[in-house]
Design a protein around this ligand. Structure first.
Ligand code: NAG
Ligand code: NAG
Ligand code: NAG
Ligand code: NAG
Length: 457
């Protein structure tokens, strides 16, 4: 009997009012995204938006959101708790029939961090049309979402408790919802992630109390326009992996944008999820360009952030404490090619004795058990000091050794190279933490040099 009751509890833990009738059958069914077909697509199905609710009580089995979800005396339905914060997830453009499979992972990561309502906007029907039609219709989706939010505020939610996480076009949908509430919606604490190369840049910092954007495509579509209070731009090493898609080519004939849309999202999302996971932190440095950032021109968090660089994740206002909030402030960070993608920013500084000819060297940072970090450097006869920022999966005190190879030697007779020093340090620089330096190094042809650091964290 007890067993049956538990089962019934599981069965009915969906706010799907239509799930009467065959309860046995509905047991195994969790709510899912709409599944538009080619036929519906060609017939031009009318706008159909539905909402899916995930809470800590049903993180593994989504429910369609209905009025019942607001009634906590309905014991067997996941309860939309009006006094908790609500994350609204808005997906972007979809190739026909493809569901945003990443949503459950994101929802779980969010629920693990904080007790909240996760409301997923399913506008797959509209988002699956040809891209131009989708773009024409996205404002209508925003209007429908705003109607729902109005209702929820009548029941007791506050506008500030809503925070949108929008992907690609979903970010512009979110931005437009924000516009409808004259910027009073709390995109708190973090904000939409989105794809800057979308032709319709609707999102901007006036759309909400706080807008945070994560751009992962800057190498693909050129430098993007900042749109938030803070814009994270990553210069990951593997962004171009997006170009080679596993999808059937015919997809591109009908949906030419699909290839870049999906890949780019995946990276931005995984970065966001890793940040929620707190595997390590994603700190962005204010800088005027990516090149300046790499050339160590921007190693502090002074300036617009008053000493505290913003971080991707759930921190309020991305951890920015400076007032007033900055606007359209671009911050740069490096990410690694593999999960969890977060990197420690290591500053490599070296000074070479005058050279007869230009030379090539490869410097490798090694932490046992992690991918190695390789840095290729071209040394010129007229330059002696070199500084570079690179991404390493572990913090400075966990770097076991540094290795330098004279890589030019294979192609032409490059003589020995003498370094006055090689120093590595971590940025943002913290007081009391000296750089690790090795002095007076000779690197012969074909003989790699390495130095083991003895240190404890
Ligand atoms: C909430 O659900 C209970 C039990 O099903 C029902 O009696 C009550 O009328 C509902 N309240 C509202 C406001 O819908
Ligand atoms: C809703 O959330 C508040 C704040 O966490 C909590 O005190 C309350 O018990 C919750 N209500 C229900 C019905 O779970
Ligand atoms: C989050 O952490 C868990 C374990 O702590 C791991 O299994 C999962 O893959 C992580 N997710 C991401 C997106 O890094
Ligand atoms: C900057 O930080 C200092 C010390 O943390 C604080 O006293 C000052 O008010 C801050 N300034 C601004 C503009 O936020």
């Amino acid at each position: 009997m007890a067993w049956k009751w538990i089962k019934a509890f599981v069965c009915l833990s969906m706010c799907v009012t239509s799930a009467v009738g065959n309860e046995e059958a509905s047991c195994k069914k969790c709510a899912d995204f709409n599944n538009p077909t080619w036929l519906e697509y060609r017939l031009g199905t009318k706008l159909k938006v539905q909402y899916i609710l995930l809470t800590r009580n049903n993180a593994d089995c989504a429910s369609l959101f209905t009025q019942d979800c607001l009634n906590h005396t309905q014991k067997h339905t996941p309860y939309f708790n009006l006094s908790l914060p609500t994350k609204v997830i808005v997906h972007g453009y979809r190739a026909l029939g493809s569901k945003p499979s990443w949503v459950s992972g994101l929802a779980k990561a969010l629920l693990q961090e904080e007790d909240m309502n996760v409301l997923v906007v399913d506008w797959v029907y509209i988002a699956s049309f040809a891209y131009n039609l989708v773009v024409e219709n996205y404002k209508e989706v925003a209007v429908q979402i705003s109607v729902l939010i109005n209702k929820l505020t009548k029941y007791g939610s506050t506008l500030e408790s809503f925070h949108f996480i929008g992907v690609s076009l979903g970010a512009h949908v979110s931005g437009f919802v924000g516009t409808l509430f004259i910027g009073k919606l709390g995109l708190d604490p973090a904000g939409p992630m989105f794809k800057s190369a979308d032709p319709f840049d609707r999102l901007d910092s006036s759309d909400a109390l706080f807008v945070e954007a994560i751009h992962t495509d800057s190498d693909f579509f050129g430098i993007s326009i900042p749109v938030g209070h803070v814009d994270f731009l990553n210069g990951g090493t593997d962004q171009s992996g997006c170009a080679s898609s596993k999808f059937d080519l015919s997809v591109f004939i009908y949906f030419p944008v699909y290839g870049y849309v999906i890949c780019d999202h995946m990276r931005a999302l995984h970065i966001y999820m890793s940040a929620l996971n707190r595997s390590c932190s994603f700190i962005g440095f204010p800088c005027s360009s990516y090149e300046e950032f790499l050339a160590e021109k921007c190693i502090t968090c002074e300036g617009p952030f008053n000493g505290t660089c913003p971080q991707i994740g759930l921190l309020k206002n991305s951890g920015i404490t400076a007032t007033p909030l900055p606007n359209q402030e671009k911050v740069y960070l490096l990410t690694t090619a593999t999960a969890p993608y977060c990197a420690h920013h290591i500053l490599v500084e070296l000074r070479v004795s005058p050279l007869d000819k230009n030379a090539d060297v490869q410097l490798t940072l090694i932490t046992v058990g992690h991918p190695e970090t390789e840095l290729k450097l071209k040394l010129n006869t007229d330059e002696m000091v070199y500084k570079k920022v690179t991404a390493h999966p572990e913090q400075l005190c966990k770097i076991d050794s540094v290795q330098v190879k004279n890589t030019g030697a294979r192609f032409y007779r490059q003589g020995d190279i003498h370094f006055d020093y090689i120093c590595i340090s971590e940025i943002p620089q913290t007081r009391g933490l000296d750089p690790l330096c090795v002095k007076n190094i000779n690197i012969g042809r074909g003989v790699p040099w390495s130095h083991v650091f003895v240190q404890v964290c």
